[in-house]
Write a new protein. Structure first.
Length: 253
């Protein structure tokens, strides 16, 4: 029930629903308060346009993330690699209807396999079972790493439902194995919150981010709506909401 309420609240607060809600309120009050109604409808369309452009999402996306790739030569005693899940591709028909990793998780898994080849360190994959999926994200990640990237997985954390739980459940497994320092693999924009989640666990992390951004110059098309830009803006908003929730949680703990 807690996960359901959290996901419902997030859906309301994140785009596009928040803009649809704003426009709907504007239409509802238009006759009684026309100026307010017009402003709300106009603002909803304007904000929807803005967050759908590369010109908006790129600076935010890159500013929120880890700015540079990890230097594996400066591992300074890292003992393992932790790869956090980023979601499943459910009922993939091209894979016989089985669940597999989605594009975000695939980026992380692939980079985790690359780090193994560079360092020879063992891997922990972390991710629970979303929406009562037949297998956990971590189990699916393990299958992809071992069967497609020929990379063995030593530990599988299957209980967590969010980043906060990823950190704590993974830390328990790592401490039991005598490990205190790891490479942490997740998306660049998500890394700051992931590091924050691991901070109280006693596990020291070396950020190993993926999807650092291209750094290409803005062009005319950067100001036109694009589905990729809107997706990035969704994740930016999701990350900001997550950071705000962490701040509230820490305030009351």
């Amino acid at each position: 029930m807690s996960a359901l309420l959290t996901n419902t609240l997030a859906s309301v607060l994140l785009p596009p629903f928040c803009f649809i809600l704003m426009g709907g309120i504007g239409l509802a009050v238009w006759r009684r308060r026309p100026r307010l109604g017009r402003n709300l409808v106009a603002a909803s369309f304007a904000l929807l346009w803005i967050v759908s452009t590369v010109a908006f999402d790129r600076p935010f996306f890159e500013a929120m993330g880890s700015p540079a790739p990890v230097d594996v030569r400066a591992a300074n005693g890292a003992q393992a690699i932790v790869v956090l899940a980023g979601g499943l591709y459910r009922n993939a028909r091209e894979y016989g209807g089985a669940d597999t990793v989605n594009s975000r998780t695939l980026d992380r898994v692939r980079y985790g396999a690359w780090l193994v080849r560079q360092t020879g360190l063992p891997v922990l994959v972390s991710g629970g079972r979303p929406d009562e999926a037949p297998a956990s994200e971590a189990e699916v990640m393990k299958a992809v790493l071992e069967n497609e990237f020929f990379t063995p997985v030593r530990w599988v954390e299957v209980e967590s439902k969010n980043t906060f739980e990823n950190a704590r459940a993974s830390a328990r497994i790592l401490r039991a194995a005598g490990i205190g320092k790891v490479f942490l693999v997740t998306d660049s924009f998500h890394m700051r919150r992931a590091v924050q989640a691991f901070a109280p666990t006693g596990i020291e992390v070396i950020p190993a981010p993926v999807n650092l951004g291209t750094g290409h110059a803005l062009t005319f098309s950067s100001f036109l709506p694009s589905p990729v830009a809107f997706t990035n803006s969704y994740f930016i908003a999701h990350e900001l909401l997550g950071r705000a929730w962490y701040a509230i949680r820490e305030h009351f703990e």
